[in-house]
Design a protein around this ligand. Sequence first.
Ligand SMILES: [Zn+2]
Length: 280
Amino acid sequence: MSKIFISVDMEGCSGIVSRQETMPAGAFYEEARQWMLWDTNAAVEGCLNGGATEVVVCDFHTRMNIPWDEIHPRAKLVRSDSIGGRILYLLEGLDDTFDAVFFVGQHTAYGDPKGIISHSFTRPFRHVHFNGQRVGEIEIWTALAGHFGVPVGLVTGDDVTCQQAKGWLPQLDTAVVKYAIDTYAARCLPKDQTHRRICEAACQATKAVSQLKPFCFSAPVEVKIDLVMPNAAGRICLMPGVERTDGTQILFTAESFWDAYKMFVASAWLAMSANDPLPC
Ligand SMILES: [Zn+2]
C-alpha cells in the first residue's frame, strides 16, 4: 500500500541529448516527448509491480509535454502551465499524503563538465547554493519534497546524474538510461533496455519506501545565486533582504526552506524578465 508521486523532467529521458529535442520549438521535440512518455509509463509500471496503490505523475518541463491520452491507464497526470503562477513546478500536486517522490528524466546542475543538458532551474542562473551546498534541481526538488515531509526514492537519467544523486543521497535507487560523453552527446541505450531498467528500479524503490527519509536543509536557509547577466542581479536585489554581493551574484537568508524557495522562484522570474539576449 503506497502512494507514489512521479516527477518527470525531459533532459534525462532515454535518447535525449539536444535542446532541439527538449524545447517545444525544437526540430525534434515531437519525437522526444514520446520518449519522455515511454520512460514515464515504464516508471508507473514499476511502481505498480512494486505494490503502489496510487501513482500520480507530474509532467513539467518548460510546460506540459506528455500526451494526456497516452499516459499509463492506472496513473493520474498533473498538467500545469507555469504561466498561471503556480510555483511547485516539477512537484505540482504533491502533498503530505504521498509516501515517496520518484524523479524520472533528471539532469545535472549548471556547469557540470559532462552531464547531458546540465542547468540549474533557468538559463539566467549559473551556480546555485543553498546553505553553502552547490545544488541542482535534484537537490532543490528533494528539499521541496522534504518540506511536505515526503522522501525521494528514485532518480533516472544519464550516468553522471545518477552517480551524483546517489553520492549525495545514498537511499536512492537509480536507473541509467544513457552514458554522457559531453553536454550534448551521449551513448544511449536501446529503449527496451532503458524501459526495463526504469521499471525494475521503480519497482525496487517502491518496495523500499518505508525505509526512506525526507531531506531538509536546516533553517535559516541561505541562498546564493550566480547569474549570467548583471541586469538580472540588479532586478533580483530590488527585493527586500536581497544583497548583491558582486555584479552577477545575489545572496539572501530566509527563516525557513519554504520562504527561501519562494524567494528563489521569485528570483528566477525576475531574472527571466531581465530581457537581455543571453550569451548562451
Ligand atoms: Zn527540464
